[in-house]
Design a protein around this ligand. Sequence first.
Ligand code: SAM
Length: 283
Amino acid sequence: MKFAKNKHKKQHKAHSREAGTMSAKADRHALYEMSVQDVSHEYDFINKTFRKIRGYKARKLREDFCGTAKMCCEWVRHSTKNTAVGIDIDAEVLAWGKKHNLGKLKSDARKRITLLQSDVNKANTEPAQIIMAMNFSYQLFKQRETLKKYFKTVQKSLADDGVFFLDAFGGSEAYSETEEKTKHPGFTYIWEQERYNPITGDMTCHIHFHFPDKSRMRKAFTYEWRLWTLPEIRELLLEANFSKVTVYWEGTDEETGEGDGIYSPSLEGDADPSWVCYLTAEK
Ligand SMILES: C[S@@+](CC[C@H](N)C(=O)[O-])C[C@H]1O[C@@H](n2cnc3c(N)ncnc32)[C@H](O)[C@@H]1O
C-alpha cells in the first residue's frame, strides 16, 4: 500500500511515548514497512514492465532513497543473477535495514546487495538497468533545477538499456490539509497532510502511529515536499534527456468502482480525487 492521502483533519494531543506503552515498545521502521510498502507488488511491476519494454529481464537494480532497503532484498531474493545497490543519506535507517532486512537473507543473496550512505546526487555507482525512486521521495527536490539535476544524474547512472521507475500522486484531495487513518493489526497508521501552500506547491506531511492502549507515536516520519504535477514531472524527465516517458494509470474494478491494482500505459486518466500512478523514463 502507498501513503494514503485523504479524509478529515483532527486535533491530536501531544506526542506520548511513556515507558511501557505500546508506542514506546514499537519500532517506527517496522511499522512503516507494514503500512506503506508493498515490495512484492513493486517487484512484479518493475520486473514485468522492464521485460515488456526491453524484451528481457533486468538484473541490476539501484534503489534510490532506499530507506530500510526492503526492495533491494526483494530483488536479490528472486534470482541469483540479480544484484542491487541501495542509496540513502541516513545512516540510521540503513543500519536498521542491514540488521532487520539484509540480516534475514541467505549469505549469497546478502552479498549481492551494496548499501551506500550517500546523497542520491553524489553516489558513484555501476550503470544500473533499473533505477527506482518510490514513495514520492524525489519530491524533496522543490525547485525545477534541483529536480532536473536529480533526473539528469539518474539518466547518466543508467546502463544503455536502463529504465527509471518512479511514482506520483495527485487528485483534488492531494491539495487539501487532511488526514487518513488505516487500521492494521495492532496499530493504526495515520497519513497527515498538515500544510499545503498553493503558491509554492510546498507541502508538509507526517506519518503517525496510534495504538490500542491509546499511546501514540506522533510524527514518526515527516516529509517536506513539493507536490509536483504529472505534466511537470513528464516535462522535466524529457528535459533531463530521457528518450521516452510513460505513465501507468490504475484500472478500475467495475464492481467496486475502486482501483484494481493493475497499472497500464495511458495517455488519458480520470480526474479521481486521489490517485497514485507509476512512470517509466527510458534512457
Ligand atoms: C519516503 S522514504 C522512502 C523509503 C522507501 N524507498 C520507500 O519506498 O518507502 C525517503 C528516504 O529518502 C532518504 N533521503 C532523503 N534525502 C535523500 C538524499 N538526498 N539522498 C539519499 N537519500 C535521501 C531518507 O533518509 C529516507 O530514508
